[in-house]
Design a protein around this ligand. Structure first.
Ligand SMILES: [Zn+2]
Length: 146
């Protein structure tokens, strides 16, 4: 086993922190509205003053909706060859944000709506220099066996 160097697919969207994986967003200090990705200004129409602060979100949420990506996504999306269908979920984070992400499951059909999910950072493909390019995904929490 060799450990490849890992690089994020996009800078500034997610990070491995001492507390675990987190999404990097922002929050308005005036009205507490959360944003992901980071927003330079508050878009809450009833907010008087936009005062943005960096905020980390995750790791827990619930699966609100999902779909199976049965065909390769259009460029510039990347994936491991040969293409394997994967699930894309819409997750309601505990912090009140709704985010779209790939789901980390072997069988996309096994996903259940309203399931508790947890943020994870995983490789999605290897670049030309052999580095693992990572992105954020959500993985269903073990329900304690069935
Ligand atoms: Zn605001």
């Amino acid at each position: 086993m060799t450990t490849h160097e890992q690089i994020p697919v996009t800078e500034g969207l997610f990070a491995e922190t001492p507390a675990g994986p987190r999404l990097l967003g922002s929050r308005c200090a005036t009205c507490s509205t959360p944003y992901f990705p980071r927003s330079a200004a508050c878009h809450n129409p009833v907010c008087d003053e936009s005062r943005m602060e960096d905020a980390d979100f995750g790791p827990r949420g619930r699966l609100w909706s999902c779909a199976i990506q049965n065909y390769p996504p259009p460029l510039p999306a990347r994936y491991e060859e040969p293409y394997t269908p994967y699930a894309v979920g819409v997750v309601d984070l505990d912090e009140g944000l709704r985010v779209v992400a790939r789901m980390s499951v072997d069988d996309p059909d096994s996903l259940q709506l309203d399931a508790e999910v947890e943020l994870t950072i995983e490789p999605i493909y290897q670049d030309d220099e052999g580095r693992d390019v990572t992105t954020w995904k959500f993985k269903p929490l073990e329900s304690g066996g069935s």
